[in-house]
Design a protein around this ligand. Structure first.
Ligand code: NBP
Length: 471
């Protein structure tokens, strides 16, 4: 059979994606810079319809036309290098897909450059990790719509399926839209992970619970509205013991320094550039940074005073407060993430379909959760929704849970247990619903020291006050 599609990059993601595509009845051409990896994939899977090539020329020549190629290589220079090798060999109308975790700005640039040669370039976010790539990831493709239509049948086959059977893939929008949405997805993932970590920490250090007890609480929560992949794996992680012999929970032996590969940071940077408040995700990025300052924290823990007051805790009541704080804060984080995508969509002219985005995150990806259906419902009711907080479901949760968040943040702050995500969430909520903010004073200060002028509440025009007379 002539391969219907080719995959470049035989590291774990590319290999698994190729096997996924093959498992749906397709013949797949494969290529990797280092030939031994390609050889190993074929040797490990002798019965699969994989067609290996050991030169780019052979690889391109082996494909059905118009050619469809997915690149799964390290984002950045490697992507440009592979494009550079492929470009002279491709014809007008061929479709090149970058499935790496690429910065959306790079995808916009490459899409425009390749368009000049008549090559369709799709930047596709792929979420779900190794297993997702193999069994069904959530896919976020952006680029020329005609190009998407050429690959849509295969993408529909390989994507994860939601409970209602719908594939977790849809056309996201032109040029960098797919990678942008994947970036915000990752930012939201940072936020979810931080809020879960804070919940664990408050149970541990404010309520004084054991790791086993906390595992049971997460198991219980996963049956309710918090039901999600990340809550499930948290419950499971907390039950696991040391794999090197002691009977301690493995979490107690893992160093508390969080790494990152930059997608959370990109998400925050873009929010700053677009002027969108995205505090929950940004606090999550900061939380990873401050965690990595282990030596400084150890030194500071020895010299900086602790809180002096005592905090009285009612265990069961506090656990329920934490559950509500977690859900409320998650809603704030998604409200911010979707607001960011709305502003980006207007700024870059992408025409993003917000309800569809929540839909394709229902399965396959790391942030998959029952709750995403509420977002789809909200946008179905009102596609022009400015912010999810105006939706009835979100309003109800805010009404019913806000007191619990306030109580919990109060207790945690009093006890000195850090809750940057929860605090950011409730502060955002209070700022967003404030008819009047103290920005009047900020404007007065700006006018005082820099003659930056201000508007008035009672009349039109631009004003400058004579704060002082020049001597
Ligand atoms: P890596 O990100 O580790 O990349 C390794 C691949 O890039 C190998 O095939 C390697 O070829 C190739 N490569 C490099 Br490095 N430099 C190259 C160059 N100059 N020319 C040609 N090929 C080059 O692999 P991965 O973890 O499988 O991830 C692939 C992509 O998928 C990345 O962009 C990643 O961010 C993204 N992604 C990963 C996950 C995940 O869970 N891991 C999830 C979603 C998306 P070689 O064998 O010759 O060195």
């Amino acid at each position: 059979d002539t391969p219907q599609i080719g995959v470049v990059g035989m590291a774990v993601m590319g290999k698994n994606l190729a096997l996924n595509i093959e498992s749906r009845g397709n013949t797949v051409a494969i290529y990797n810079r280092t030939g031994s990896k390609t050889k190993k994939v074929v040797e490990d899977h002798p019965d699969k319809k994989l067609v290996p090539s050991y030169t780019v020329e052979d690889f391109v020549a082996s494909l059905e036309k118009p050619r469809r190629i997915i690149m799964m290589v390290k984002a950045g220079k490697a992507t440009d290098a592979v494009i550079g090798q492929l470009l002279p060999l491709l014809d007008k109308g061929d479709v090149l897909i970058d499935g790496g975790n690429t910065f959306f700005g790079d995808t916009m640039r490459r899409n425009a450059e390749l368009d000049k040669s008549g090559i369709n370039f799709i930047g596709m976010g792929v979420s779900g990790g190794e297993l997702g790539a193999l069994e069904g990831p959530s896919l976020m493709p952006g680029g020329q719509k005609e190009a998407y239509d050429l690959v849509a049948p295969i993408l529909n086959q390989i994507a994860a399926k939601a409970e209602d059977g719908e594939p977790c893939v849809t056309y996201i929008g032109p040029n960098g839209a797919g990678h942008y949405v994947k970036m915000v997805h990752n930012g939201i993932e940072y936020g979810d992970m931080e809020l879960i970590a804070e919940s664990y920490n408050v149970m541990r250090n404010l309520v004084g619970m054991s790791v086993e007890e906390i595992a049971d609480v997460f198991k219980e929560w996963s049956k309710g509205e918090l039901s999600s992949y990340l809550i499930d794996i948290t419950a499971e992680i907390l039950t696991r013991k040391d794999d090197l012999g002691s009977d301690k929970p493995i979490v107690d032996l893992i160093l508390d320094e969080a790494g990152n590969k930059g997608t959370g940071k990109w998400s925050s940077q873009s929010a700053l550039e677009l002027g969108v408040p995205q505090s929950v995700i940004t606090e999550s990025v900061y939380a990873r940074y401050i965690s990595a300052m282990k030596d400084e924290r150890v030194a500071a823990s020895k010299v900086l005073p602790k809180p002096v007051g005592n905090v009285q805790i009612d265990k069961q009541a506090t656990i329920e407060m934490i559950r509500k704080a977690l859900y409320f804060s998650k809603l704030m984080s998604y409200a911010q993430g979707f607001e960011q995508m709305r502003v980006a969509s207007e700024h870059y002219d992408w025409n993003l379909q917000y309800g569809e985005l929540a839909k394709i995150w229902r399965a396959g990806c790391i942030i998959r959760a029952q709750f995403l259906q509420n977002i789809t419902d909200a946008y179905n009711k009102d596609p022009e929704l400015k912010n999810l907080l105006f939706d009835d479901y979100f309003k109800d949760i805010a009404r019913n849970y806000q007191e619990a968040v306030r109580d919990l943040v109060g207790l945690a702050v009093k006890a000195g247990v850090p809750v940057p995500g929860f605090s950011a969430a409730i502060s955002y909520y209070d700022s967003y619903r404030a008819e009047v903010l103290p920005a009047n004073l900020t404007q007065a200060q700006r006018d005082y020291f820099g003659a930056h002028t201000y508007n008035r509440t009672d009349r039109e025009g631009v004003f400058h006050y004579t704060w002082y007379t020049e001597q």
